[in-house]
Design a protein around this ligand. Structure first.
Ligand SMILES: Cc1cc2nc3c(=O)[nH]c(=O)nc-3n(C[C@H](O)[C@H](O)[C@H](O)COP(=O)(O)OP(=O)(O)OC[C@H]3O[C@@H](n4cnc5c(N)ncnc54)[C@H](O)[C@@H]3O)c2cc1C
Length: 382
């Protein structure tokens, strides 16, 4: 039987690079390849990206990322976002991070963090000073506030579509939406609509652990993590000074949680906030252009996470929101869940089934922050 027929190398079905998945990780690889003058195609099974990349906070987080590769990649990705956002018509809705420490132990973690190289550019403000600068925060009971100038925030639910349009219009990236990739045997990519040719293939399929390269992915012993998110309408005119976090984040984000000082905070939180710890709850608040707040989140792990959002989780998140911000009203207008693959040992998997193929999965809640940095590293060494 004759093998699959590729048309000639300049045909519409032949590419230098085929990317599977049109989330932010796929998009970052498409951008990086196109920047290198390569002819790129992105194949996405849904009619548009509706995965983790549009469900997140759009919070490009630098401060608190794990030291080493993750932090370095986030710093790189931030530069890329800053560079391309205006070109692609993506607003940087706000900048900076304000992380309020309410417990003495949380303050100690922040002090220790400031002594690391990752504290570079950040300031540890006393609560009175911070309150004057950031009246939206409720700091009467706070010890101190970490201010970081590094963070950005984009509106993910529109940014991902705008990025795709810009990559297509300006960088001639071909998008094939509504087409599932069934098999990759580089250069052959078999899809629900036919067979494509890609000299190199990057698989960025996120939570699809049992699809392409399932056996290789299984070796990384990943599970899934489901998060609950809310959109909240505050009173008119309420303005956040930037992204906001508090004590609970210091035992989640590795840049803080791996510091020795985090042990005492963890012990105290176990006594005072056990319900939140048990549900992986901490607080991130970001703001949209219309003034609404995106608020989260929780973390539930399992191989088949249930899609049902729990009211008790939302109520815990809202309690942290009310105690951290000076809000008069907090009307919930939307609730949703999102899922990402999770690893106990690595924030991301870059696997090479062969010389011409890469599987790239972000196995932590950091893909919007690090995707462009990961893609840069992938192409630098390929
Ligand atoms: C609720 C939530 C909040 C988060 N907050 C943040 C945050 O603020 N900052 C941050 O940095 N990170 C955050 N993250 C993590 C971040 O969103 C993810 O790391 C990132 O979106 C992963 O991008 P992706 O492209 O791999 O996945 P996705 O966006 O899920 O895209 C993968 C795509 O692959 C497609 N696909 C799968 N299989 C196939 C196939 N066989 N053929 C064709 N297409 C296929 C899917 O349809 C999907 O569109 C959050 C995650 C969640 C869930």
């Amino acid at each position: 039987m004759p093998g699959p027929q590729f048309s000639s190398s300049n045909s519409k079905d032949s590419f230098d690079v085929i990317v599977v998945g049109a989330g932010i990780v796929g998009m970052a690889h498409a951008y990086t390849a196109a920047q290198r003058g390569l002819k790129v195609c992105v194949v996405e099974r849904d009619a548009a990206c509706i995965g983790a990349s549009i469900r997140n906070f759009g919070f490009i987080t630098i401060t608190g990322q794990a030291r080493g590769d993750t932090w370095r990649r986030a710093m790189h990705a931030r530069e890329v976002w800053q560079h391309i956002a205006p070109q692609a018509g993506i607003d940087i809705v706000h900048r900076n991070l304000w992380l309020a420490a309410y417990r003495r132990e949380a303050h100690d973690v922040l002090e220790a963090f400031m002594r690391t190289p990752m504290g570079q550019g950040c300031e540890l403000l006393d609560a009175v000073d911070a309150q004057a600068k950031a009246p939206a925060l409720s700091l009467a009971d706070a010890c101190s506030v970490l201010f970081s100038p590094h963070e950005l925030r984009v509106e993910s639910r529109t940014a991902i579509g705008l990025l795709a349009k810009w990559l297509a219009d300006v960088h001639s990236v071909v998008f094939r939406f509504g087409e599932t990739v069934h098999e990759v045997e580089t250069p052959r990519v078999r899809t629900s609509r036919g067979t494509l040719r890609g000299e190199r293939v990057v698989v960025c399929t996120n939570t699809d652990l049992h699809g392409l390269f399932a056996e290789r992915i299984a070796a990384y012993e990943l599970t899934l993590c489901r998060l609950q998110m809310l959109r909240v309408k505050p009173e008119a005119g309420f303005r956040l000074p930037g992204s906001v976090m508090m004590d609970l984040s210091l035992v989640r984000y590795e840049g803080y949680s791996t510091l020795p000082e985090a042990a005492a905070l963890r012990a105290r939180l176990r006594e005072e906030e056990d319900a939140s710890l048990a549900r992986g709850i901490h607080l991130i608040v970001v703001q949209s252009a219309d003034g609404s707040l995106v608020v989260g989140d929780s973390h539930h792990y399992g191989d088949a996470p249930e899609p049902f959002a729990m009211e008790e989780v939302d109520q815990l998140i809202l309690r942290h929101l009310r105690s951290t911000l000076n809000l008069e009203t907090a009307q919930v207008t939307e609730r949703w869940t999102g899922v990402y693959p999770s690893s106990k040992s690595a924030p991301c998997v870059i696997d090479a089934p062969d010389d011409a193929t890469r599987v790239v999965l972000v196995t932590s809640g950091t893909g919007a922050s690090t995707g462009f940095g990961i893609a840069h590293d992938v192409f630098e060494t390929w």
